[in-house]
Write a protein that binds this ligand. Structure first.
Ligand SMILES: [Zn+2]
Length: 85
């Protein structure tokens, strides 16, 4: 299945086949907005399935591959490259 972009009401972002509870589908423009206002939040990548997450903390359980504690912090360029933006 194709991975899609999701956001929550606080402007956090997830990229994956599935997303955590509270996240709804969004557009690339929403991701750019989140990246421009990242503040003290961080970028994360699941080291099993490569889902991405923008938030202060990553998902405890990956919504796509269901692995626990699989997220590692990454940089902006890697985040953009995986999404393709
Ligand atoms: Zn995963």
């Amino acid at each position: 299945m194709e991975k899609k972009l999701f956001k929550d009401k606080a402007g956090n972002v997830h990229f994956g086949i599935n997303a955590p509870d509270g996240f709804v589908p969004c557009e690339k423009a929403d991701v750019e907005k989140a990246l421009s206002k990242i503040g003290k939040r961080k970028l994360w990548r699941c080291n099993v399935c490569n889902d991405l997450h923008l938030n202060s903390v990553p998902p405890k359980i990956c919504p796509t591959c269901t692995t626990s504690d699989a997220y590692v912090e990454i940089g902006l360029q890697e985040f953009r490259t995986v999404i393709g933006i």
